[in-house]
Design a binder for this molecule. Sequence first.
Ligand code: FES
Length: 114
Amino acid sequence: MDQSTIVCRCEEINIDEIETAIKMGAETFDDIKRLTRCGMGPCQAKVCMNLVRQLIYDYAGKPLSDIPPARLRMPLKVTRMETLASNDSPSSSSSVISVFNESASNQGGDIREK
Ligand code: FES
C-alpha cells in the first residue's frame, strides 16, 4: 500500500491523511474522525473503522486492544421513509413536522397540542 491508498471510501481519505492525523496526536478512531471526516460517510465507519485502527497500531504502536472502536450514534427514533418522503399533514409546513407528529403519535399524542 502506498500513501495514496484510500482507507475511507465514503469520504475519500487516504493513508497519508490518516498518518498526518496520527502525527498531530490522534490516538483513537474518533480523534481521526474529528480531524479528517474519516468515518462520517454513508456507511458510518463500517468499512473504514478497523482499517484506521490498524493504521493507528502500525504508526503509533498502540495495541489494538487499547484503541477503542468508533463511538456510534443511533438514530433517536425509528422513522418511516414514507414520513420523510412526504408531508402528509396539510397544516404542517415541513416534513420535519411530520416526523414530530409520527413520534408523538407513537407516544400517544400530538406535540403541537402541548
Ligand atoms: S468508508 Fe469510511 S465512512 Fe464509509
